[in-house]
Write a protein of this length. Sequence first.
Length: 368
Amino acid sequence: MFQPGNAGTEELTELIYGAAFGECSWQDFLDRLASTLPNGRSALHYHDLATPSSYVPSVSGFDDEDIDQFNRHFAAVNPWIPKAMLVPVGQGLCGEQVVPRSELIRSEFYNDWLKRQTGCETSVGVTIIRSATRTFMLSTCTSSTDADLNQRAAEQYTSLAPHLKRAFDLLRKRDMMVSGRSEGQSLLDSVGVGVIYVTENLRVRSMNESAQRMLSNNAPLRISPNGRVTLQNAETAAALELLSLRVSAHAEPHVSLVRASDGAAYRITLVRLRSDVFVELLTGPTVAVLIEPATALLPEERREHLRDMHGLTPAEIRIASGLAAGLSLREMARANSVSYETIRTQLKSIYTKTQVNSQAALVSLLMR
């Protein structure tokens, strides 16, 4: 019986981070995701409404002919795709919540591709990233017509969405800044994220250069002379202890925003990496500790440009640089000890001064 639930979500989340760090592949993630629904066929796919074509880089369950026909014709007549521009980013939805089933089953897409070609009845999906005309999505076609089962799957996709966005943000930044480097530690170095791999008993296995710099600049953790990690925040420290236990059944990633002794804010993400069962029996589990300055600074020349050319205040520059670092508005509010509404007001002011109208356009301006 198919029952998407917390255990499946934790496993899928580990696979997402594993793929981002090079510990496994996106194929592993999609294969596992497809197995959570009857006749599941999963895909990561990109659509641009300015063209009739689509791009489907990774699939599970579809054969080459399925995808070829989809790309050549059926993407252009898929009634879900234009409606996907209207649904909330990050919210998992069943196909019937996007297009009424009575409308879907009358479509060429349903009769000649979804039903006849793949044997499916509907789809469950989530929009991960969206720009003015483009969407990047995760979806699974299924033969299930069980509304409750499909809704539980949609809720699971909502839980996965923040982790997927984080993983793809890291990959996008890598592609912009260090094309060709794919190793996990190098990827994170390139976007200023420290990573420390911690094994059983909280011993450090390795760390990247960004982590070494942060440790020397008062980051909210310490490494003892015998190589043991100590986190200053009690809640985060307890989560790391739990994730590093050999017998721990709890594997859900932990994210927290903490302050160092000098008042600087950091986002710390703890992820237990998937390992071969025999390797883990011999060496114990491995936890990746990701450390990011939550008040990230742009290079001085870029800050001067924003101040001199656009008239941004120091507070607005902090907001702009936080967006460039991938922080959410709520995270920036916590990092700067102000309200969410204050951050929104400052962001509107930034838009006016820089003459852009979206976070994506602002980040594009900052990356020039």
